[in-house]
Design a protein around this ligand. Structure first.
Ligand SMILES: NC(=O)c1ccc[n+]([C@@H]2O[C@H](COP(=O)([O-])OP(=O)(O)OC[C@H]3O[C@@H](n4cnc5c(N)ncnc54)[C@H](OP(=O)(O)O)[C@@H]3O)[C@@H](O)[C@H]2O)c1
Length: 265
């Protein structure tokens, strides 16, 4: 029997490519989108908005009409709230957490009873390098991804006795739809005018020159196969160096970011 994989946010970016590749390799893939009918994909798509409790409830009921076991859950759905911390409203910050953090946790919780009953499974969550360190313009996004890291670090211990593996993937910037679907801070505080324009130019430059997502796709596909996946899997040029720098000399990391931002006018 082919293994069943559920991947959230399979309509675009990392999720769409991973779901397509797994389907082509013979996995039984269930993908999700808030609008599953908006596109034709070769795998099964179900409706799910992870920021909506009712949607999560009806999704999990629907899911088990289509499958009899779940081998891997890939928590991939998420969005990017960009902007300076003080210019971001608390309501916007809460929406970021409702999707990236609470949505991911609520869906995972909904599926844990099935995983525990089976006594096997794997949960792979797409965090971000911004969940391990952080850049300006990404306070709430980074905070939501840091929160995921902390949560799953604990869950990993707790699920070991049920033979359920827990792993994170922490990509640097890669070309997907993430910028297009991002939400921008609502407030404008004049004191930040010059800093805002520099950090916006820095972020635009990062995303415009971001590489194709192949290394992230390969990392997720490898994690699906690994019998004993590592917890943390940073991906992308400089990711490991950034982390080593952060570990051994946080000031050097911070200064290198400030220097890069100051190159912009
Ligand atoms: N691209 C990068 O550079 C990068 C770097 C680090 C981490 N990440 C993370 O990678 C993951 C995938 O992002 P991506 O870069 O592939 O971006 P993307 O192309 O914008 O894809 C985002 C996916 O998430 C889904 N989604 C968004 N909000 C949702 C919600 N409330 N409920 C259910 N699904 C929702 C979207 O589906 P629908 O709109 O169809 O519902 C879409 O399929 C995200 O968690 C992101 O934070 C991306």
């Amino acid at each position: 029997m082919s293994r069943t994989i559920l991947i959230t946010g399979a309509s675009s970016g990392f999720g769409l490519i991973v779901a397509t590749k797994l389907h082509e390799s013979g996995y039984n893939v269930i993908g999700t989108s808030r609008n599953p009918s908006k596109m034709q994909v070769p795998f099964k798509m179900l409706a799910l908005d992870i920021a909506d409790d009712n949607s999560i409830n009806s999704f999990s009921k629907e899911l088990f009409k289509h499958i009899s076991q779940l081998d891997v859950l890939i928590n991939n759905a998420g969005f990017y709230l960009s902007g300076l911390a003080e210019e971001t409203t608390i309501a916007q910050g809460k929406q970021q957490f409702d999707t990236n953090f609470w949505g991911t946790i609520k869906l995972t919780n909904e599926l844990l009873p099935y995983f525990r009953k089976q006594k096997f499974g794997k949960i792979i969550t797409v965090g971000s390098i911004m969940g391990l360190l952080n850049f300006p313009n990404a306070a709430y996004y980074g905070a939501s991804k840091h929160a995921l890291e902390g949560y799953f670090k604990s869950l990993r211990f707790e699920l070991k006795e049920f033979n359920i593996n827990v792993a994170m993937v922490e990509p640097m910037g890669f070309k997907t739809n993430i910028l297009h679907s991002s939400v921008v801070a609502e407030k404008k505080i004049n004191d930040y005018d010059s800093y805002r324009s520099k950090t916006n130019a820095f972020a635009k430059d990062l995303f415009e020159n971001a590489p194709e997502p192949t290394p992230v796709i390969n990392t997720i596909l490898k994690l699906v196969e690994d019998k004993n996946p590592k917890f943390s899997n940073p991906v992308g040029k400089g990711a490991k160096v950034f982390l080593a720098i952060q570990h051994f000399a946080y000031n050097t990391f911070e200064n290198s970011i400030i220097k890069n931002i100051n190159k912009f006018k």
